[in-house]
Write a protein that binds this ligand. Structure first.
Ligand code: G1P
Length: 290
């Protein structure tokens, strides 16, 4: 029986160059899908999976992400005095309890592995989760919970995966599969962004991880990999000698919100799930397509 996972890392230092000019002064993780910022979806997904402590690995200009999970006294007072109870409640509900949100600066953008390594002291010697907020998952049970349920049985390192077309392997960490029961794949390793001809499979990591603190031993060495960056993929790959590594097929809808079309699609999909607007959105889309 694996140890319980209590802490999650949210790497949020990225500059969001693909969304300029929207992200010139605004953190890309604050981009809203319908009316909720991407970071809040990720935090809610983690909380719904039982995560208790949330650490943001931020960069300069990203303090707003921490502010988003704090009180906004003036706004709360205004909503209260105007009788906007529902809005007030939704703001208060979104706030983790005091002492549960942490942040650490990734002073230099040296890669995802480096970002996660920046949170090592906070994690200590226990298994932990990593969620990439660009990847927005819509599912019941929540994406991270699907991983945690498998982790409880197999331990070690796990990532959520989905099958991708061969021409997309160079966008993802791709699993080197040893055996596969159709839902959970036992893997020998993972390769970061291989070209289709070098890809060991079509199972791609979609930005949800449960990791053993042993990955920090590799990350301590600060070795660079694909794209000259310190890769989390390489740390996991290097740890497969001593620890099991599994990919768990994500069951649900996934939206790559690091991509403009993925982000727009997420907005439409989430809007269609909202009873108060679904009909109007459907009508608007039909009219646009007519
Ligand atoms: C990161 C990871 C990659 C993973 C991807 C999922 O890459 O390095 O292994 O498949 O996220 O979105 P990035 O998209 O940040 O370059």
């Amino acid at each position: 029986m694996a140890r319980r996972v209590r802490k999650a890392i949210f790497p949020v230092a990225g500059l969001g160059t693909r969304f300029l000019p929207a992200t010139k002064v605004m953190a890309k993780e604050m981009l809203p899908v319908v009316d909720k910022p991407l970071i809040q979806y990720a935090v809610e997904e983690a909380a719904a999976a039982g995560i208790e402590y949330f650490v943001f690995v931020t960069g300069r200009g990203k303090s707003v992400l921490v502010d988003h999970f704090d009180h906004a006294p003036e706004l709360e007072e205004l909503l209260g005095s105007r009788g906007k109870e529902q809005e007030l409640e939704s703001l208060l509900d979104a706030m983790p309890d005091p002492g549960k949100v942490f942040s650490v600066r990734q002073q230099v953008p040296l890669g995802l592995g480096h970002a996660v390594w920046c949170a090592r002291e906070f994690i200590g010697d226990e298994p932990f989760a990593v969620l990439l907020p660009d990847e927005l998952l819509m599912s019941t049970p929540p994406g991270l919970k699907q991983l945690l349920d498998v982790h409880a049985d197999v331990g070690g390192n796990l990532v959520a995966v989905t099958e991708v077309p061969a021409e997309h392997t160079n966008r993802y960490g791709i699993l080197d599969v040893e055996s596969d029961d159709g839902r959970v794949a036992k893997a020998r390793g993972m390769v970061e962004k291989p070209n289709p001809e070098d890809a060991p499979s079509l199972l791609a990591n979609i930005g949800r991880y449960i990791l053993d603190p042993a990955v920090f031993t590799y990350l301590d060495k600060q070795l660079t990999g694909a794209g000259g960056e310190i890769q989390l993929t390489d740390a996991i790959d290097a740890t497969t000698d001593t620890l099991p590594f599994h990919g768990v097929r994500f069951e649900g809808e996934r939206f790559d919100c690091g991509d403009k079309v993925g982000f727009l699609t997420a907005n439409i999909a989430f809007a269609l799930k909202r009873p108060e607007m679904a009909d109007r959105v459907r009508t608007a889309i039909t009219q646009l397509l007519a």
